[in-house]
Structures are given as structure tokens and as C-alpha cells.
Design a binder for this molecule. Structure first.
Ligand code: F6P
Length: 544
């Protein structure tokens, strides 16, 4: 594959970027009263305003030419068609099949349609969740399940946890939902403190069923159930989701409570799979179906719209422009809605684990910067925390503001107006800044401190409300954006080899930190920092 930096389309973008270097957003807005209309996009309940980015219509045209030169359309078709586009793991990438709700939909992977199995698992999830919700599935003592605890990490945790927060208004008040990921016993013990074991169902969510953190928490939960209710109770108090259904069965689970997923679903793209089980129990099947419906609507748009009218493509290209042509290394995700407060953490994993890559698909070092550093948090809280840097720090961080016109808790009224005013004010401040000449009555020595350079890019996504449908749409929008960026950068967005080395070293360090006869051997050949820290740890815990 040709290096991105060697493409004529890339050269054209570089030349164009140089012409815009001294053009500010203020100037661009002043020059074109229709800028918002030209550089915004409405798609169903979602309005995307990207006019506060340092782009012009010409920028978007050149970026679209780049997307065409990188064959984004054929890459997109290959993904939807179930080709093995995750080449380093030799897998198809079909999270889109999981939200295909067309009863006649066919998605073949090498000739075999995956949809009958997808529908079969959906039906099983629906039936199982209904049994739990109705009390037909009881704990070992005959009590109805009233607490659900999800044990997972990464994509088996962040996605369901973020969506559970988004769907809070559909949640059954009499079924509690907790998410445990940290193998620090403090987390699970804090959660278990308030729970009645006879009414608790644990869901072990792990694509591989080998992830050490999740397995440690599953072991702790099993011990708790066995101590409280006896070994025979395990089958009634555990469910599992995994591609490794044999390991789940070996854990002692009832086959009725083991739900498969497939190697063609990446962990960070798995919220649409059986990984959604805690949501189906907590919020009901209908809400979860609407989540799929919103994502499916975004899929159809992404799959069929021409590049220049395709929202995930447009946002992806603006992201590439910010990272590579304007040299902005990070991006912040700032939802101004309490229900979406956990959304940034989910998108952070999805984006950074997908595009945080340093080699191209064919194994050569990338010639340009790839995935940005993604961070964020609830907009209101963040305003009073890290926004100082966003407004006046020397590094410019493009931001996504996410707001909903209607809010939970009776729509919002005044409180919604307050959120809206603040979110829009931030985008205005970041765009316009404030010059020294605009400062009135400020002591001369304070002027430099009170000036805002502005010219800082933001994109605003406005939803009509935070519903299951819009949440599905929003997550799918970001998934496809990340996919398109991966294609442009020429990386494999669907592997995650970068997480392996640390896992391997942790395994080999375990005997060292445990102490005892094998400790010395485990430390042999290790650097003095690691060895010194291990020694300090052993001393602190009183190991010889
Ligand atoms: O270590 C990273 C990772 O593999 C993520 O990609 C994944 O979401 C997470 O761990 C959890 O994996 P699993 O679902 O197999 O337990």
C-alpha cells in the first residue's frame, strides 16, 4: 500500500493547510454568514455542527479526495460483506451484523450466513432476561433475582456500563445493576456489601474467558456464593458471555445461562452482542432493541451515503485533518448530559485501542501520526477542572461537545437551558477567544493572563434527547468514524497487540511479587527499577 504521505491527495492537503495557517475561525465565520448551514449535518435526531473547525469547503473536498484515494468505499463494503479485514488476526469484523434487524438480512462469512445464529442468540437473551425480570429464574433458595453484577473489563465493561447510564430512565427500579472490573478486592467487596446473595446474579462477561482481572473477580464472586449458599448454588447465580463457552461451562455454569459471542466481534465493539445482557435484564429487551435500531440506522447511512454526505466519513476526515495537518495530538469528548457521563471512557477505549497503532497493515512504520489521545468527561464537571488548559494551554485540543435538547427528569426546563447555554458558550469561547483590545478595565499586567487566543476547533453533536435509539446511533457514529480513520492511516483498527506485552510481563512477575522461593528467579535479568520496586513491595508486605 502506498504511504499516505506519498499520495498526491496528501500533498494537496499540505499545501492547502499552509494557505489556512493564518486564517482564524473568527475570520472564516465573518466571511461567510452561512457557514453553519454549509458545515453542519442533520441526520434524524442528530445534528452535527462541524463549522467551528478550521476547515473550508475546499478542505472537505480535498479530504474527500484523500478518502477516495485510500479506497474508503471498498474498505467499507469489505467490512459489511464479512471479509476478513482484521488481517493480523484473520477475522471478519461484523459488529454491524449484530444490529442488523432485518428479518430477511443475510450476512455471509465465507459463504455461511451468520444471521440465523445471531437471531438465535438474541432470542435466547430475550427469553433468559425475561425469566430473570419476571422472577421465573430464581436464585438457589427460590428468591427472585434483584441484583445483577457484571464482571468484565475493557469492552466487556465500559460499553455496557456507559449504556446502562444512558438508559437509566428505562431501568427497573427493583433490579440493581453494578459493574465490577478492578481485581482490587475493594471494588467487589464494596458492591457485595449491600447485596443479598440469594437474590444476586453475576454475569461473567469475557470474550476470551481468560482475562485475569475478570477471572479473579469471577473467582471472588463464586467464593462468596459458595460460602453464603453452598456449592450447588453456582448454576443459579451465574451467567456468562464468551466465545469460549467450554471454559464458561467448566466454571460450573448452567448451559441455559451461557451465551456465545463470535470471533468476528471485537471486545470494544461488543456492546451489541450478548455482552448487552445486563442491559436487557435491567432495562428490558425493547430498550435494547432500540439501541440496535439507532446503530442500524447509522450503519445504513454509513454504508450507502456518498463520502461527501456521510457523517462518520466527514467527522473522520476532520479528525485526520486536526491530527496530521494541524498537528493536534489529542481530542476531548465532552457530554453535557448526565446520562452520557460514561460515554467518553467507552469511546476512549474504542478509539485508542483501535487506532493507537504505529505500523501499517503491511507491517511498515506509519509515516504520519495516527489515533489521537482521547480523553474527556462530563462537560459541566470538566469545565471546572481541565477546561483551563483547553482555553489557554499552548497545545490545542479539538473537542467534541455532545448535548441533548431534551433531558431526563421531566425534560429539563431551566436546568437544560443552563446546560445548553454553558455548552454553547464553551464552543463560542474556544472559537472566538478574546483579544487584548476586547478587554476593558483590566490592569495592564493582567492583560496577557486574560487574553484567549481562540481559534480552537470544536464539533458539536446535538441529540433531540438521550434515548436508547440516539445512544445506539451515537456509538455507531464513533465506531464508523474510527474505522474510516484506520483506513486512511492504513492501520488495522481491529487488533490490539499493544496490550499483550504488559500481560506477559505481569505473568512472569507474579512469582516475584508473591515472594517465596521462586521470587529470585523471576527477578533475574530484570532492570534495577523493577527489581527495586518489587523489593520495596515485599518489604512493605512483610515478606522475607
Ligand atoms: O486487554 C485488552 C482486551 O483484550 C480488550 O480488547 C478487551 O475489551 C478486554 O481486554 C477484555 O477482554 P475479554 O472480554 O476477553 O475479557
Amino acid at each position: 500500500m502506498t504511504d499516505l504521505a506519498d499520495l498526491p491527495a496528501w500533498d494537496a492537503l499540505k499545501t492547502h493547510a499552509a494557505t489556512l495557517r493564518d486564517v482564524t475561525l473568527r475570520t472564516l465565520f465573518a466571511a461567510d454568514p452561512d457557514r453553519f448551514a454549509r458545515l453542519s449535518f442533520a441526520f434524524g435526531p442528530l445534528l452535527a455542527d462541524y463549522s467551528k473547525n478550521r476547515i473550508t469547503a475546499e478542505t472537505l473536498g480535498l479530504l474527500t479526495e484523500l478518502a477516495a484515494a485510500r479506497n474508503v468505499e471498498s474498505a467499507r463494503a469489505a467490512m459489511f460483506a464479512g471479509e476478513r479485514i482484521n488481517r493480523t488476526e484473520n477475522r471478519a469484523v461484523l459488529h454491524t451484523a449484530l444490529r442488523n434487524r432485518d428479518p430477511a438480512g443475510v450476512v455471509p462469512v465465507e459463504g455461511a450466513d451468520v444471521m440465523p445464529e445471531v437471531r438465535r442468540v438474541r432470542d435466547r437473551l430475550k427469553a433468559f432476561a425475561e425469566k430473570v425480570r419476571s422472577g421465573a429464574w430464581t436464585g438457589a433458595t427460590g428468591k427472585a433475582i434483584r441484583h445483577v453484577v457484571n464482571l468484565g473489563i475493557g469492552g466487556s465493561h465500559l460499553g455496557p456500563m456507559a449504556v446502562a447510564a444512558a438508559l437509566e430512565d428505562s431501568r427497573r427500579a427493583d433490579i440493581s445493576l453494578d459493574f465490577v472490573s478492578n481485581p482490587d478486592r475493594a471494588q467487589i467487596e464494596d458492591v457485595l456489601k449491600g447485596l443479598d446473595p440469594a437474590a444476586t446474579l453475576f454475569i461473567v462477561a469475557s470474550k476470551t474467558f481468560t482475562t485475569v482481572e475478570t477471572m479473579a473477580n469471577a473467582g471472588a464472586a463464586k467464593d462468596w456464593i459458595v460460602t453464603q449458599l453452598g456449592a450447588g448454588a453456582v448454576t443459579k447465580h451465574f451467567a456468562a458471555i464468551s466465545t469460549n463457552t467450554d471454559a464458561a461451562a467448566a466454571f460450573g455454569l448452567s448451559p441455559d445461562a451461557v451465551f456465545p459471542m463470535w470471533d468476528w466481534v471485537g471486545g470494544r465493539y461488543s456492546i451489541w452482542s450478548a455482552i448487552g445482557l445486563p442491559l436487557i435484564i435491567g432495562c428490558g429487551y425493547e430498550a435494547c432493541d432500540q439501541l440496535l435500531a439507532g446503530a442500524e440506522a447509522m450503519d445504513r447511512h454509513f454504508e450507502t451515503a456518498p463520502l461527501e454526505q456521510n457523517l462518520p466519513v466527514i467527522l473522520a476526515l476532520i479528525g485526520v485533518w486536526n491530527v496530521d495537518l494541524l498537528g493536534m495530538a489529542a481530542t476531548a469528548i465532552l457530554p453535557y448530559d448526565h446520562r452520557l457521563r460514561l460515554f467518553p471512557a467507552h469511546i476512549q477505549q474504542m478509539d485508542m485501542e483501535s487506532n493507537g497503532k504505529g505500523v501499517t497493515m503491511d507491517g511498515r512504520p506509519v509515516a504520519v501520526d495516527t489515533g489521537p489521545i482521547v480523553f474527556g468527561g462530563g462537560g459541566s464537571d470538566s469545565q471546572h477542572s481541565f477546561f483551563q488548559l483547553l482555553h489557554q494551554g499552548p497545545r490545542v485540543v479539538p473537542c467534541d461537545f455532545i448535548i441533548a435538547a431534551r433531558g431526563a427528569a421531566n425534560g429539563g426546563g431551566k436546568s437544560r437551558d443552563l446546560l445548553m447555554a454553558n455548552a454553547l458558550a464553551q464552543t463560542e469561547a474556544l472559537m472566538k477567544g478574546r483579544t487584548a483590545a476586547e478587554l476593558r478595565g483590566v490592569a495592564a499586567e493582567l492583560v496577557p493572563h486574560r487574553v484567549f487566543t481562540g481559534n480552537r476547533p470544536t464539533t458539536t453533536l446535538m441529540l433531540d434527547e438521550v434515548s436508547a435509539y440516539t445512544t445506539g446511533m451515537l456509538i455507531a457514529l464513533y465506531e464508523h468514524k474510527v474505522f474510516v480513520q484506520g483506513v486512511i492511516w492504513g492501520v488495522n483498527s481491529f487488533d490490539q497487540w499493544g496490550v499483550e506485552l504488559g500481560k506477559e510481563l505481569a505473568k512472569s512477575l507474579e512469582p516475584a511479587v508473591t515472594g517465596g522461593p521462586l521470587a529470585d528467579k523471576a527477578l533475574q535479568g530484570r532492570d534495577s527499577s523493577t527489581a527495586g520496586l518489587v523489593a520495596a513491595y515485599l518489604k512493605a508486605k512483610g515478606s522475607p
